[in-house]
Design a protein. Sequence first.
Length: 157
Amino acid sequence: MELTRIGTVTAHLKPPQMIGPGPYGIRMFIEIMDGTLEGDPSVPEVNSIAGTVLPGGGDWVLIGADGYARLDVRVQFLTSSGAVVFAEFLGLIEMTDKVQDALMSGAATEFEDQYFRVTPRLETGDPQLEWVNQAVFLGEGRFVEGFGLQYVMYRVG
């Protein structure tokens, strides 16, 4: 098995909206405003996936008593060729002090500051990007300055 880097997603977020503590933990909604999807230029097949993050997506995150946040992100990308790609990111974030600071103040973290892993699922009807419908993806994440996220995504081969 090998991992091929397919690109980087950077998304700008609105500050979290607290839904509140409930029976499963602390639920928050984090709305995605916009962002970029940069394909890896060293892999011609995936470079065509570059584009923008469309507004209207979000993360319905659940923070558990075990100190981990369970992600439920749904977002759409518009590629530079005009294709629309739906993405769902399920994952885990270790709620370290740096992560809590990032969520409250918009501070940045580095990849090594927390366990932040996602399992993206991509879907499109565009024939040129059909390969994303039959691929498994993994990613690692971090927070960027000013209420943002950055994921580096890999295709599992």
